[in-house]
Design a protein around this ligand. Sequence first.
Ligand code: HOZ
Length: 426
Amino acid sequence: MTDKNDLLFARAQKTTPGGVNSPVRAFRSVGGTPRFITRAEGAYFWDAEDKRYIDYIGSWGPAIVGHAHPAVVQAVQEAASRGLSFGAPTEGEILMAEEICKLVPSIEQVRLVSSGTEATMSALRLARGATKRDKIIKFEGCYHGHADSLLVKAGSGLLTFGNPTSAGVPEDFSKHTLVLDYNNSQQLEDVFASIGDQIACVIVEPVAGNMNLIRATQEFLQTMRDLCTKHGSVLIFDEVMCGFRVGLHGAQALYNISADLTCLGKVIGGGLPVAAFGGRADLMAHMAPLGGVYQAGTLSGNPVAVAAGMTTLKLIQAPGFYEYLTKQTRTLADGLSAAAKQAGLAFSADAVGGMFGVYFSDKVPTSYAEIMASDKETFNRFFHLMLDASVYLAPSAFEAGFVSASHNDIIIQDTIAAAAKAFAEL
Ligand code: HOZ
C-alpha cells in the first residue's frame, strides 16, 4: 500500500541521490521505505502519516534531553531573534569553550566547528602538523566521519552497505592510514615496535558506536595511551558519539585515561550543528592563527547552534541526570535480553550510559569480526516488526541506539513488551 512516506521517498529520489542526505537513513540495509519525520517531542517522533514512534536514534545522539526540550527551544528562539550568524566572535563561544574545558579535563583549549567530520579531520591535520609525521592508526569498524584519510575500513554507513572503504579516496591518501583490529593490544604493540617513530596519531572511538555498540577494553586503551606517550604520537579520542553520552565527562573519565586530543559533536549541539576538537594547550597552539595548521569555518561557533548546545550542556548537569539515563538504558537492554531468552533466540544486548546495542548473537561482541558474525537478516526482520509496533530503532545492525532522559519507565516497558511480541514472531 502506498502511503505518504512512499510518495515522499519516490519524490526525494528524483532530486537527491538515494532520496536521503545521509546514507543510513535510506533503509537500504533493512529494506522498506524510510519514514519522513514531521515533528518530534520528548521520546517520540511522528512520520508523514502522523504515526507516532518511540525514537531510539535521538538524531543519532544529540537528543539526550528529549526532542524539542522547552529550555533548548527557548534558547534557540532567543538567540535567533538576535541574529543568525555574524562571522565574528561572540561571548557565547567563550562560555561554551569554558564549559567543555571544565567538563572534559584533558581539554585545555578547544575549537568549535560544525560537524563531527570537521572535528576529526581537523584533529588529524593538527596531529600531523604538530608531529611532522604522516602515518595514522585507526581501527576496523570505527567511523570518524568522512574525511579521505579516515574512510578506510570504516563503520556506520560504509559497514551498513558492506563497502567499508569509500570510492574516491586516492590510494596516496589512504596509504598513510594503518587499520588495526579493535581491542587487539598485541597488534598495536607490534606496529609501534616497528614504525612507532612514524606514527602521527592513533584515533579511536573509546566506546564504538558505528559498528553497533562495542566497548574498548581497559587494557586496549591503556596500551594505546602508553604507546603514544612513549613514541611521541598523539592519542585522539573520537568522542563525537560517546562524549556526554556515556557519562558527563566522556568515555575518558569512565576509563580514567587522558587523550591528547578529543573530538566532540552531537550532544554539544543539542540538535543543531556544533562539534569541537580540543586537548593539550601545547598541541592546540599549532592551530592558526597561532600556528601553521589551518582550519576555518563561516558557521563555526554559530550563535544559534551554540545556544542550543550550551543549554543542553547545562541540562545534562542536573543532579542524577546520568544515573537516570544509565538506569533507563540498562533496564531496556536487560529487558530485551530477557524477552529474547524467553523466545529461545541467540540475542544479547549491552548499554553504556545512554547508548545501547542489540545483537543477534549469543554474546556481546567485542570486535569487528564478532559483530560481523551476528545474524543481520534476523535483525532486519526484528527492525521491521518493531517499526510496525511503533518503535524506531537504528535502521542497521551496525549502529548503536540512543535513549534520552524522556524515555520514562512506561516507554521502556512498552518497548520491551513490543520486543517480546516481535521475538516470538521471529
Ligand atoms: N553516521 C551516522 C550514524 N553513525 C548517521 C547520521 C545520519 O544519518 O543522520
